[in-house]
Design a protein around this ligand. Structure first.
Ligand SMILES: O=C(O)[C@@H](CO)OP(=O)(O)O
Ligand SMILES: [Mg+2]
Length: 435
């Protein structure tokens, strides 16, 4: 990563405005505007998760008496407009690391629970965007420098289950990855073609084509096998080769159904010990073109994580989401002890841009991969698309091909690819293994 350009008087933060907007689930979330002395505007909206890791930075929500069933963000917004605005006004927006350190110190807690990670992140991201605007650069170039030209392999969500849908599927996410595409735009075309075929196949089999939180279908399927069979068939019927042109990715979000030391598949009606759960996943990885599994084991089942990594880590990307929470300290421990080989990056899990970028750098230095990611509650904000290119991480997970809160990110990446012209490179299959 290149250090941001040195600021001038024109990049001094003059105005900070926090406001309450709504996200893709109809819940309130924080949006922040930062205006610099030269008039440059940076605007960022904060996403929100449903299946959250226990060690995530704290999203400040109002008490139960507040609107939206206790999910209000009025206190977080008040912090942006009050204490945080007073702290950052007059600071140079070009000094991202200095600003983020000041926000962390102002909050004073290890988990950003006093001011709220949602309040802090909104200011952190809006500042970066304002500084990029002042430097007359797109965000990916401002943060990533001249070498920021790698378009990520998209993990496209096509079936939702778990905490993201009301169907019986125990696993939270099933995704397709167009590893055989030559460009990002081509990857989006291939993904959306399969999405349409899948819709027809589900309808023909008498399934609902209603969608879950991330825009993937939420059919009344019960098992991973049934779901993967549908996906392989849809890929083939569209005219692509499973595994060669388009691979599969799963996020079981295993912490969500790990109870009392057992993986409780309530939808399937089966309980599996950690060893049986790992064996089940290894079987799926061998039987289907599954190239990556996120949170295969629960955040509190580190032994299970290590066993599965030793067993299939040489042939499958194993990405830690809940287990690392985009937290560099947790990630370092995981790297040292063989917990997976990849990290999911969610900016709101840690609460500042600087810390999220540090997690990517730590992963890359260890020969691990990093996957830039949305949350299940999103907005039209496209910052993560630019961050994927800025970090050169080569992979992005940002939902289905049918809802604006998700397609906004794909469309931003299509624009970035066009802007980069001949210098653009598409990460493709190589993105999945770094070492
Ligand atoms: O588990 C996940 O990876 C995410 C995003 O897909 O879901 P949530 O934002 O609900 O944590
Ligand atoms: Mg996850």
């Amino acid at each position: 990563m290149r250090a941001p350009a040195v600021g001038t008087a024109s990049t001094v933060i003059e105005t900070v405005i926090g406001r309450r907007i709504i996200d893709s689930r109809g819940n309130p979330t924080v949006e922040v505007d930062i205006v610099l002395a030269d008039g440059s505007l940076g605007r960022a909206a904060v996403p929100s998760g449903a299946s959250t890791g226990a060690r995530e930075a704290v999203e400040l929500r109002d008490g139960v008496a507040a609107r939206w069933h206790g999910r209000g963000v009025d206190r977080a917004v008040a912090h942006v407009n009050g204490e945080i605005a007073a702290c950052v006004r007059g600071r140079d927006a070009s000094d991202q690391a200095g600003l983020d350190a000041a926000l962390i110190a102002l909050d004073g807690t290890a988990t950003k629970s006093r001011l709220g990670a949602n309040a802090i992140l909104g200011v952190s991201l809006a500042t970066a965007k304002a500084a990029a605007a002042a430097h007359r650069q797109p965000l990916y170039r401002y943060l990533g420098g001249a070498d920021a030209r790698l378009l990520p392999l998209p993990m496209m969500n096509v079936v939702n289950g778990g905490a993201h849908a009301d169907n019986p599927l125990d696993f939270q996410e099933f995704m397709i990855v167009p590893v055989g595409a030559d460009t990002f735009a081509e990857a989006v075309r291939m993904g959306s073609e399969v999405f349409h075929t899948l819709r027809r196949d589900l309808l023909a089999a008498g399934h609902s084509t209603g969608v879950g939180d991330e825009g993937g279908f939420a059919p009344e399927l019960r098992t991973a096998e049934e779901t993967l069979d549908f996906l392989v068939a849809a890929i083939e019927r569209t005219g692509y080769r499973p595994g060669t042109d388009i691979g599969l990715v799963m996020d079981p979000a295993s912490s969500e159904f790990f109870r009392d030391g057992v993986y409780d598949y309530a939808g399937e009606g089966v309980r599996r010990t950690p060893a049986e759960h790992a064996g089940h996943l290894a079987g799926l990885i061998d039987a289907y073109p599954v190239l990556s599994v996120e949170d295969p084991m629960a955040e509190n089942d580190l032994d299970g994580w290590r066993e599965l990594t030793a067993r299939v880590g040489d042939r499958c990307q194993l990405t830690g989401d809940d287990v690392f929470c985009t937290n560099e300290t947790l990630l370092r421990k995981g790297i040292r002890s063989g917990v997976g080989n990849s990290v999911l990056i969610k900016v709101n899990q840690i609460g500042t841009l600087t810390e999220a970028l540090a997690a990517v750098t730590t992963a890359h230095r260890a020969g691990w991969t990093a996957v830039m990611s949305h949350r299940s509650g999103e907005t039209e904000d496209t910052t993560i698309a630019d961050l994927a290119v800025a970090t050169g991480c080569g992979q992005i997970k940002t939902g289905s091909l049918s809802r604006s809160d998700r397609t906004a990110k794909y469309n931003q990446l299509i624009r970035i690819e066009e802007e980069l012209g001949d210098s653009a490179r598409f990460a493709g299959r190589d993105a999945l293994r770094r070492a």
